[in-house]
Design a binder for this molecule. Structure first.
Ligand code: SAH
Length: 406
């Protein structure tokens, strides 16, 4: 055989060997492809842990590819440099060993990563199930979640922290969803209903007082003292809606009077005037709501004739017998005594007509304030004793004050 032919045969054999080596390398590159695929899906599925695993997989794969490439080139060297063959064979063996070791490591990492991925998928699906059941309003057992976490504690510290956080978030969400709903559905409706009932009862009792004689009203409240309390609760609510409480205006003016003045509060309610001024105050109302109030019809008080300096009617001119109240005021007041009236503006047809009527009852108007929104304030002085003429006097009538529905 010629030298050239020998050379040709040798190179053909070498080519054959290269082919075989490249067949051995292929599984490694396909493994690399697979790893890259897993890396993408892993990162997509769950953040750091998976990409960390994928990175170590890649490192090992690169090392393997490098080592296989080196091994190939070594093989080429071996075949081309025959005198170095025994050392090259030893190197080759060592590299093959490393390659094998690398493959084992890669398999371990693969197994580990697969189990991580599996567990993370499980956690994800449990959380999804929990979220879904919470949406449906079904409470998921927290214990189920706890036992699941216990089983997976070793493998995923990071995931566990995330689960705990999510669990906490879901529980808090549940609580915040239920509580306000209950409050909204039950309390406000109940409160609103109660308020409406109270308001209607107040309007009914108010009209009863306006449209009946004091004798009839007294009888009515005596038989049902509870309704008197209901009336006053409603009245207090009404006062809160007004821009001012007329009683405050009266209190201020009484405070400016001499301390030895004796005051009579006709239709006193809770007797707030008595507690707000330094003077002696006799407080009268149909029903006594506290120890300061004397229960009586103000058409017939127990006060002595010509005994008081001031008589007050603060929003209390109610009933069909108003003339009886003014006559009683004339009786108990001293000469030059003061009659103070605060009333709702809309109750007067013509305020001047009312003032003239009061002249017939022995009073002259000394002061008036018609400027206040809603209310009129009037002061009179007793100039005449009307006891003898009492049955000849004209009737005093004011319009009823009908409170609007709230
Ligand atoms: N003056 C009080 C209460 C006003 S409400 C205040 O300003 O706070 C009107 C009050 O007049 C009611 O308490 C009512 O019971 C009382 N009243 C009406 N007619 C009465 C009468 N004939 N005798 C005694 N009080 C009467």
């Amino acid at each position: 055989m010629s030298k050239t032919k020998k050379k040709q045969k040798k190179s053909a054999a070498l080519k054959e060997k290269r082919k075989k080596t490249s067949v051995q390398v292929n599984p490694i590159s396909s493994r690399k492809k697979k790893l890259n695929k897993e890396k993408i899906s892993g990162t997509f599925m769950n953040g750091n842990k998976i990409s960390e695993i994928s990175r170590s997989k890649n490192k090992i794969t690169n090392r393997l590819v490098q080592s296989s490439n080196t091994s190939n080139s070594s093989l080429n060297n071996v075949n081309t440099n025959s005198p170095k063959q025994p050392q090259a064979t030893n190197n080759n063996k060592a590299k093959k060993k490393r390659l094998k070791k690398g493959k084992i490591q890669l398999d371990e990492v693969n197994n580990k990563s697969d189990s991580h991925v599996k567990k993370i998928q499980e956690v994800k699906s449990v959380l999804e199930r929990k979220h879904k059941s919470n949406k449906d309003g079904t409470a998921t057992s927290v214990n189920q979640m706890k036992s699941f976490n216990a089983n997976n504690m070793k493998t995923k510290k990071n995931s566990k922290i995330k689960i705990e956080k999510l669990k906490e978030m879901l529980t808090t969400k549940n609580q915040s969803e239920i509580k306000p709903a209950k409050v909204k559905e039950v309390l406000p409706l109940r409160e609103r209903m109660m308020m409406k009932l109270k308001a209607s009862r107040f309007r009914y009792l108010n009209e009863t007082l306006y449209n009946n004689s004091s004798t009839e009203s007294k009888k009515y409240f005596k038989e049902d003292p509870d309704s008197f309390k209901a009336y006053h609760d409603g009245y207090k609510q009404q006062v809160l809606q007004w821009p001012l409480n007329p009683l405050d205006v009266i209190i201020e003016s009484v405070k400016n009077m001499p301390e030895n003045h004796i005051i009579a509060d006709f239709g006193c309610g809770e007797a707030l005037l008595a507690t707000s001024v330094p003077q002696k105050v006799h407080s009268f109302d149909l029903v006594s709501v506290n120890e300061r109030v004397q229960a009586c019809d103000m058409a017939h008080t127990p006060l002595l004739t010509n005994s008081v300096h001031v008589v007050v009617f603060c929003l209390s001119l109610m009933g069909t017998n108003l003339g009886d109240y003014i006559t009683e005021a004339n009786r108990v007041l001293k000469k030059d005594g003061i009659l103070k009236i605060a009333e709702i503006e809309s109750r007067f047809e013509q305020i001047e007509d009312f003032i003239k009527l009061l002249n017939d009852y022995g009073f002259v108007n000394t002061w008036k304030d018609l400027s206040q929104n809603l209310f009129y304030f009037l002061d009179f002085k007793k100039v005449k004793d009307i006891t003898k003429d009492r049955y000849k006097l004209p009737k005093i009538a004011l319009k009823s004050c009908i409170y609007k529905k709230r």
